[in-house]
Design a protein around this ligand. Structure first.
Ligand SMILES: Cc1cc2nc3c(=O)[nH]c(=O)nc-3n(C[C@H](O)[C@H](O)[C@H](O)COP(=O)(O)OP(=O)(O)OC[C@H]3O[C@@H](n4cnc5c(N)ncnc54)[C@H](O)[C@@H]3O)c2cc1C
Length: 391
C-alpha cells in the first residue's frame, strides 16, 4: 500500500503513510460515514455528547491508541496517533477533541505516572471506552496560570480531603473517572500540587454546570466540584508534590494531540472548499477558475502541508523519547492558527452558503477556534517557544 502524507493527490508530498496509518485512515473514513456524518449536525445543535460513538471507537482500539497491548490498548506510536486524531477531526472536530482528551490527557496521565496497580485497574477500562476519562487542571480563576490553582487536598490519615472545583473539563459529566491536579502545598510552589485519580460515585465528587459553546458542541465541557471529597492515598498518581510537573509533561504530548486535531479540521474544511470551488459556477465558469479563489486554495494547501510536517516531526521526536516541549509548541501553535485561517477561507469560498448550516464549513469554522485556546493558548505556546529559545 502507498499514499501521500495527506492521502490526497492535490496536496501530496514524497512522504508516505505507513501501513498502519493507511489502515487507520481508511477505517476512520468508513466509520465516520456510517456512525458520525449522519448525525453530527443533530449532536451539534443539541449539544449531545454521543457516548455510544465513543464505545464503538473503543471497540476499534481508538480510545487507547498509545496504551500498550498488555493494558488492553492498541500499542501504536504517536505517528499513528496523529492519523487517528486528524482523520476523526476531518469529519467532526467535537468527536476528535473528545477522543484526543480521553487518549492523551486522562489515559496518558495514568499511563505515564500511574503505578502498576493503577495502570492495571484503569487502563483496560479506558482503552476500550468502558469508561470515559476526564482530566482536570483548569479552574475558573486559573487557566493559562494553572499553577495558581485554588482547589486543595489536605491529608487526613490514609485519606486526602479535596475541596474546590475545576472548570471547562472535557467529559466532566459523562466521565467515569477523572485525573485531577490539586494543591497539596504552598501557592507559587511548582512542587505544591499533586495528581489524583478519582472515580465517579466517590462521595463529595460531582459534576456542575455544562458550558454552552460556540463550537465543539458535541464534546462535553463542564465543571467538576469537590465538597469534602475523601480520596484514599492509593489514588495519588506518583508522589506527593509531582502533580504540576506531571501535568506539564502530559500537556507536552497534548500539544501533539491538538496540533493533529487542528490539522484534521483544516483538512476537512479544505476538502469541502476544494470540491465546492469546482462545482459552483459564477460568470459562466467554476469559481475555482478565478485566481482569487485558486490562490486561496494554494495558500490553504501549503499551510496544511507545513502544519502536517511540524506535527509529524513532534510525533517522531516523541516516539524516540526525546523532549518535545518546543517541537510540540511549534506544531500546536502553527497548526491551530492554520486551522482557524483555513476554516475562515473555506467559509469565504462557499460565499453565502458557507454561512448556512446546510454546508459543513460553518461548523469547521466554529470548531476551529478551540484549537488556538485549549491545552495552552497561542500566546502561551509563544511563551513556551520563546522560553526554550532563550534558555
Ligand atoms: C472546549 C474546551 C475544553 C477544555 N477542556 C479542558 C480539559 O479537559 N481539562 C482542563 O484542565 N482544561 C480544559 N480546558 C481549559 C483550557 O485549557 C483553558 O481554557 C485554556 O488553557 C485558557 O485558559 P483560560 O480560558 O482561563 O484563559 P486565560 O488564561 O484567562 O487567558 C485569557 C487570554 O489571556 C492570554 N494570556 C494569559 N496569560 C498570558 C501571558 N502570560 N502572556 C500573554 N497572554 C496571556 C491568553 O492567551 C488568552 O488570550 C478546556 C477549554 C475549552 C474551551
Amino acid at each position: 500500500m502507498s499514499g501521500t502524507l495527506l492521502n490526497e493527490q492535490h496536496t501530496g508530498t514524497g512522504f508516505q503513510y505507513n501501513e498502519n496509518q493507511l489502515m487507520i485512515a481508511d477505517m476512520i473514513k468508513k466509520f465516520g460515514k456510517d456512525h458520525i456524518q449522519p448525525q453530527l449536525m443533530e449532536w451539534d445543535e443539541a449539544q449531545t455528547f454521543p457516548v455510544e460513538v465513543f464505545k464503538k471507537l473503543g471497540e476499534l482500539g481508538l480510545m487507547g491508541v498509545l496504551v500498550p497491548t498488555e493494558y488492553g490498548g492498541s500499542g501504536f506510536s504517536y505517528t499513528e496517533y496523529v492519523t487517528v486524531i486528524s482523520e476523526i477531526g476531518r469529519i467532526c472536530g467535537s468527536i476528535g477533541l473528545s477522543v484526543a482528551a480521553h487518549n492523551s490527557l486522562c489515559t496518558g496521565h495514568i499511563l505515564h505516572f500511574g503505578n502498576e496497580e493503577q495502570k492495571r485497574k484503569y487502563l483496560p477500562k479506558l482503552a476500550t471506552a468502558e469508561w470515559i476519562g476526564a482530566w482536570g487542571l483548569t479552574e475558573t480563576g486559573t487557566g493559562s496560570d494553572a499553577g495558581g490553582m485554588a482547589t486543595t487536598a489536605v491529608k487526613d490519615g490514609d485519606y486526602w480531603v479535596i475541596n474546590g472545583s475545576k472548570n471547562f473539563i472535557t467529559h466532566a459529566i459523562s466521565g467515569s473517572v477523572a485525573v485531577v491536579i490539586v494543591r497539596t502545598g504552598a501557592k507559587g510552589d511548582s512542587h505544591g500540587m499533586s495528581a489524583f485519580v478519582i472515580e465517579k460515585g466517590t462521595a463529595g465528587f460531582k459534576s456542575g454546570k455544562k458550558e454552552n459553546k460556540l463550537g465543539m458542541r458535541a464534546s462535553e465541557t463542564a465543571e467538576l466540584i469537590f465538597d469534602n471529597c475523601r480520596v484514599h492515598k492509593s489514588q495519588l498518581l506518583g508522589n506527593e508534590g509531582e502533580g504540576f510537573i506531571q501535568a506539564m509533561k502530559v500537556l507536552d504530548g497534548g500539544r501533539i494531540s491538538i496540533a493533529s486535531l487542528s490539522l484534521g479540521i483544516a483538512k476537512g474544511a479544505f476538502d469541502a472548499a476544494l470540491k465546492y470551488s469546482k462545482e459552483r459556477t459564477q460568470f459562466g465558469k467554476s469559481i475555482s477558475q478565478f485566481q482569487g479563489i485558486s490562490f486561496k486554495l494554494a495558500d490553504m494547501a501549503t499551510e496544511i502541508e507545513a502544519a502536517e510536517l511540524l506535527t509529524l516531526k513532534a510525533a517522531d521526536l516523541k516516539n524516540r523519547g526525546e523532549k518535545v516541549t518546543k517541537a510540540g509548541a511549534f506544531a500546536k501553535y502553527f497548526a491551530s492558527e492554520v486551522c482557524v485561517k483555513v476554516s475562515n477561507e473555506a467559509v469565504q469560498i462557499f460565499g453565502g452558503y458557507g454561512y448556512t448550516k446546510d454546508f459543513p464549513v460553518e461548523k469547521f469554522y466554529r470548531d476551529s477556534k478551540l484549537c488556538t485556546i485549549g491545552e495552552g493558548t497561542s500566546e502561551i505556546q509563544k511563551l513556551v517557544i520563546s522560553r526554550e529559545l532563550l534558555k
